[in-house]
Design a protein around this ligand. Structure first.
Ligand code: MTE
Length: 313
């Protein structure tokens, strides 16, 4: 199949060059031609990478599970602005206009800012291979590129009274479907408690597999919160604001009995219409056990001390 930029993909994306130097120089914002030069594909068993840049197999660092293929990550999507059919999203989201793009950051902050996507892509980006668990019961392992949300929040200087961070997706009726067709209100909105937003695992992602973010995955900038159900990871963000009250969240508004504001991955709290005990890793047949906080409990459980985790939040 072909990449977003039309470059043919000969081999699986999970084997590719170590791109640390590439990321440091901020070339994610580079041209398709540059990208094609740097991201050479290799046939398994015929790797010719120089010794200083060994080929590597991308895995989830905690479990050793292989990353889900680029093709699966980029062709099985939830992005209701374009389609409610996961396998249609990739084609329909090609209509998303990602340039010019700016993100407004304001609310209860001392230094509100509007940043262009070019400015954001110029910041150092790092790779994070995270497990991703959708509330519907499927999961993936995704190699994101991006940066910690805490870095962006530090720049705007949250005020003492700020308690939450709210996010908003672009809504463009010319390229996106109507609320009526989607069955949810637009713009898509989400929120985190400020301490969740500041947590080092919480990132704003600008790409995956070292490529610029595909439109269907939330180009040019999306949230990724790996211990929460996937719907918290809001796509194509244009506005971030800090507030002292719990902000609205699209799925909690749409169906409050089914989707809570916190929505931490929790196998002991069933969705009203299905169990959350197991999940299907895309690309596999057998079911896996779902882990509390999607397996990130050592890092994040302390955020929820005092909350009864057998309850729905
Ligand atoms: N963000 C917006 N703006 N619109 C959406 O429909 N879907 C959410 C989340 N972010 C959604 C969104 C849901 S339900 C999931 S599971 C993930 O995006 C899917 O991300 P992916 O398509 O990159 O796997």
């Amino acid at each position: 199949m072909a990449d977003q930029d039309g470059t043919p993909d000969i081999t699986p994306e999970r084997i590719y060059l170590n791109r640390r130097n590439f990321l440091r120089t901020g070339l994610l914002a580079g041209t398709a031609a540059t990208t094609a030069l740097v991201y050479r594909s290799f046939r398994p068993g015929s790797v010719t990478a120089p010794a200083s840049e060994p080929a590597r197999i991308l895995t989830d660092p905690a479990t050793g599970d292989p990353a889900t293929s680029f093709e699966e990550i980029a062709n099985y999507n939830n992005f209701y602005e374009f389609s409610t059919n996961k396998t249609d999203v990739a084609a329909k989201a090609q209509a998303l206009r990602t340039r010019p793009w700016a993100v407004e950051i304001g609310g209860m902050v001392a230094a509100p800012q509007t940043l262009t996507i070019e400015e954001i892509l110029d910041w150092p980006q790092e790779e994070r291979v995270y497990r991703f668990r959708c509330v519907e019961g499927w999961s993936m392992v995704i190699p994101w590129t991006g940066f910690q949300l805490s870095e962006l929040l530090a720049r705007v200087q949250p005020l003492e009274k700020a308690r939450y961070v709210a996010f908003e997706t672009a809504y463009d009726p010319a390229t996106m479907q109507s609320e009526l067709s989607a069955g949810i209100a637009f713009p898509y909105v989400e929120g985190l408690r400020l301490d969740e937003a500041m947590h080092p695992l919480t990132i704003l992602a600008t790409g995956l597999y070292g490529k610029p973010m595909p439109n269907q995955n939330g180009a040019p900038l999306r949230l990724v919160v790996p211990w929460k159900y996937g719907f918290k990871s809001i796509k194509s963000i244009v506005r971030i604001y800090l507030t002292d009250t719990e902000p609205p969240a699209t799925w909690s508004i749409t169906s409050p009995r089914e989707y809570g504001f916190y929505s931490n991955v929790n196998p002991s709290v069933d969705h009203p219409r299905w169990s959350q005990k197991t999940e299907r890793r895309i690309g596999e047949y057998r079911m896996r056990e779902t882990l509390m906080f999607n397996g990130y409990g050592d890092e994040v459980a302390s955020l929820y001390e005092g909350m009864d985790l057998t309850k729905f939040y």
